[in-house]
Design a protein around this ligand. Structure first.
Ligand SMILES: [Zn+2]
Length: 793
């Protein structure tokens, strides 16, 4: 390498070296060390993120046993199955859970029936809900509330989502009830309707015990494996985070989840949202690994990873006990907190002020490192300033190149989402593209420096200092944005500065380099941890985000981000070389090979299937099956076994587009609407129409009323705020008593107003079952049956 450099850049005085086999080794050394360290860090992180061993049923009764809890999860998911509010299975589940809890000593158990209204996003839901609530009295009435939901979405038995959370709660109740009396009271809300708009939590807030609640712990799942992450703490939760950090044996949490919620980058809410809206602080714990099966028929007990329930339950029991053994603090916590675990062992947690203090200390450390490095003549300031520019450019190109290539699979080759079942392929493809991109500006800079006669060692330290300055500026920017995730920049900055300071005290070039490598590791570790969680969370979610755009560029960004971050300091040692041509070419070749594999890869497998939506819709004499996709790729290929003829679907209310086929009708009643009363008001030119909705055996009625015509309704809630493009108000009616529901609408004008009414049924029809049986093994289908009518008022 040295000779080649000399040939290209004759001014590079320090690069002239005799050709020898060891020059190859010298060129490869920084790469081998960097990649080797990365592999070690990834392995350590993987080991640290393993789930605990499940405890057997003979574990002491005051401890958490996965085997005992599993019986509850199995009974709900296998014994009872889908638990849709208003259906017999749902009632059976409530009765079963109440009976299990009534066997526990000291526990007061009630079945709560609540009615109310809840605004879920832009849909108003009028609900009737059945919660199983329990109370373990402590010496004080102040209470910790544990919450999970036993209802399921219509598509599956909901083993992880959320029979697992319910099972964990029952086992926590058993452990606490068998222990000594606690200082504070513990309440349990086994809520009966989360999937239809957070209604079980809203209903619980009407219960007389709700006023006792001082804090909550919500147990949820958007995946079937891994450890339960503390993904949201909300504002003013520092005392809760301290309790979690003190008590939980294997902490797992990242403030990133909170940042995503804060900026509304995660669409779904949890029951925690309801409690927080009522001014109660609390923690959300959730499983998220293996999100491929959630909200699908694949969410079954045998798929739940062993140890996941143990981790969820152990964590919930430890925090609950901790919170229940001492009086609650007066007043609230001191604003938002930053929290994250290190290697699943330690939970770090500090407030916003402390974060600023840490950032200031890090900046001082960087200033000190800069002074020392210039005094010891490791770098010159003029060259280092140039380094900041090239490091920034290198980071930008490291992100832009993968994202740009992310557009190719769909727009150039029509093969999107090849990473869906194989996220590692996204990491390999877009990670190598990120390194290739990062090398391009650095190669240019290396040649310039070599041409100016800057020595190899000085080039390395200059690149390191430039990267360090970039990190401290990033840290400041993230702090100003109020993002907890600034902690990553903090670790990179502190590590990088300490490494540079250590190097200034070391004499031998080799020892100096080792100091830099060692100081690279802490930032790398936390970045790998964050990047892995982000990708594990998001890739399966891409299978059920009903967006009309391919998600490859976004996945490219997520896969490239940790690599680009690691490259800021990680590529400094490579700067020893004056030419990057061969290494850039090697990475470019590898990324092209990975990209080709990504393009050829079929996105779905039996285990990680494509999600389809099959709805049998009966509408005024028409009976048809509607097929649509939950992710971006066209569902057509999955429908070749269907007895056509398939037509491209016209736009219908509540239907995203896809294909339809006529099928034999099923014997289901159309939703019936009786107009009970209609009154005109001459002075206001408004009409009031009183309706009775007859849902019969349907569990859900959905009413769509034109925005232009509706002025108000008899519900105690105002009309929901709508986006400018929305043309209808949506009112959902869930499980009304006796199957009927009355409402008055105030309508503008005298012209007829078309109101669409749709009723959803829990039982599948034969054509629907038939269609599902004809789908290929690499798909999974969520089924719906609905009848549909348009009435004119
Ligand atoms: Zn859930």
């Amino acid at each position: 390498m040295g000779t080649a450099a000399a040939a290209v850049a004759p001014l590079a005085r320090y690069d002239v070296a005799p050709p020898s086999p060891s020059s190859w080794y010298r060129a490869l050394r920084p790469w081998l060390l960097g990649l080797g360290l990365t592999l070690v860090v990834v392995a350590i992180q993987a080991e640290a993120s393993r789930t605990p061993s499940p405890r057997t049923a003979d574990a002491p009764s005051t401890e958490f046993s996965e085997e005992r809890a599993q019986r509850v999860m199995r009974h709900l998911a296998d014994g009872i199955g889908r638990r849709i509010p208003g259906t017999p299975a749902h009632r059976e589940a409530a009765t079963y859970l109440a009976s299990v809890l009534r066997e526990l000593p000291r526990l007061e158990v009630e079945i709560q029936e609540a009615e109310g209204h809840y605004l879920d996003d832009d849909t108003l839901v009028a609900y009737t809900v059945r919660n199983v609530v329990a109370r373990l009295p402590g010496r004080r009435p102040d209470a910790v509330l544990l919450s999970a939901h036993y209802d399921t979405s219509p598509e599956g038995a909901g083993a992880a989502d959320d029979a697992l959370g319910i099972a964990a709660m029952v086992e926590v109740a058993r452990a606490l009830a068998n222990g000594p009396e606690l200082e504070n009271t513990v309440l349990f809300n086994l809520n009966g309707a989360e999937e239809y708009g957070l209604l079980g939590a809203a209903g619980f807030m009407q219960h007389r015990w709700a006023s006792q609640v001082r804090t909550f712990l919500n147990l949820e799942a958007t995946g079937l494996g891994g450890r339960a992450i503390l993904f949201q703490a909300g504002p003013d939760a520092s005392w809760l985070l301290e309790a979690y950090a003190r008590a939980v044996p294997q902490p797992f949490g990242d403030v990133l989840g909170q940042d995503l919620f804060q900026y509304r980058l995660v669409p779904a809410g949890t029951d925690g949202h309801v409690y927080r809206s009522a001014g109660i602080s609390g923690l959300d714990l959730a499983l998220f690994r293996d999100g491929y099966a959630v909200h699908s028929p694949l969410d079954r007990p045998e798929r739940v990873e062993p140890g996941s329930l143990q981790h969820m339950g152990e964590s919930a029991l430890a925090v609950t006990r901790e919170l229940a053994t001492r009086p609650f603090p007066d007043g609230k916590g001191s604003g938002p907190s930053i929290y994250y675990d290190v290697l699943g062992r330690w939970m770090l947690q500090y407030g916003a002020h402390a974060a600023w203090a840490w950032a200031a200390a890090a900046a001082l450390l960087v200033a000190g490192a800069t002074v020392l490095a210039t005094r010891r003549k490791l770098v010159r300031l003029s060259v280092a300033a140039e380094g900041l520019g090239f490091c920034t450019l290198s980071l930008a190109v490291a992100l832009v190149v993968p994202v740009a290539f992310g557009f190719l699979p769909h727009y150039a080759f029509e093969r999107p989402h090849g990473w869906y079942a194989s996220p590692w392929l996204a990491v390999a493809t877009f990670g190598t593209l990120a390194v290739t991109g990062a090398l391009l500006p650095r190669a240019l800079w290396a040649q310039r420096l070599a041409a100016r006669g800057v020595a190899p060692q000085e080039r390395v330290f200059t690149a390191w200092l430039g990267g360090l300055w970039l990190w401290v500026l990033t840290l400041g920017a993230l702090q100003l944005l109020g993002l907890g995730t600034a902690y990553l920049a903090l670790w990179w900055t502190v590590g990088g500065a300490l490494g540079l300071i250590a190097a200034t005290f070391l004499a031998s070039p080799r020892a100096r380099m080792m100091a830099l490598y060692a100081s690279w590791v802490p930032g790398l570790l936390l970045t790998v941890q964050m990047g892995r969680s982000l990708l594990e969370l998001f890739v399966p979610v891409a299978g059920h985000l009903r967006l009309g755009v391919p998600l490859d560029p976004l996945v490219a960004l997520l896969a490239a981000l940790p690599v680009a971050m690691a490259s800021v300091l990680g590529l400094a040692p490579v700067q020893e070389q004056s030419r990057f041509g061969p290494s850039a070419a090697a990475f470019a070749t590898a990324s092209v090979a990975f990209l080709a594999a990504l393009l050829l890869r079929f996105p779905y497998t039996h285990e990680r299937p494509k999600r389809l939506w099959l709805e049998h819709r009966l509408q005024e004499g028409r009976s048809e099956l509607q097929y649509s996709s939950w992710d971006f790729p066209d569902p057509r290929a999955a429908l070749s076994g269907q007895p056509g003829p398939l037509q491209t679907a016209a736009r219908m209310p509540g239907f995203r587009g896809g294909y339809t086929a006529p099928v034999p009708p099923a014997n289901l009643p159309a939703p019936q609407v009786d107009v009970l009363e209609s009154q005109d008001d001459e002075t206001t030119a408004l009409r009031t129409v009183r309706l009775r909705l007859q849902l019969g055996a349907a569990y859900l009625g959905r009413v769509r009323i034109p925005r232009a015509a509706l002025v108000g309704w008899s519900l105690p809630a105002p009309l929901p705020p709508l986006a400018p493009e929305d043309s209808v108000y949506v009112l959902d009616v869930l499980a009304p008593p006796g199957g009927h529901y009355e409402v008055s609408l105030r309508l503008r004008g005298q012209e007829e107003v078309p109101v669409d009414v749709q009723a959803f049924f829990a039982e599948w029809t034969p054509p629907l079952e038939e269609a599902r049986s004809r789908l290929p093994a690499w798909t999974t289908a969520n089924l719906r049956v609905s009848t549909y009518a348009t009435i004119r008022l």
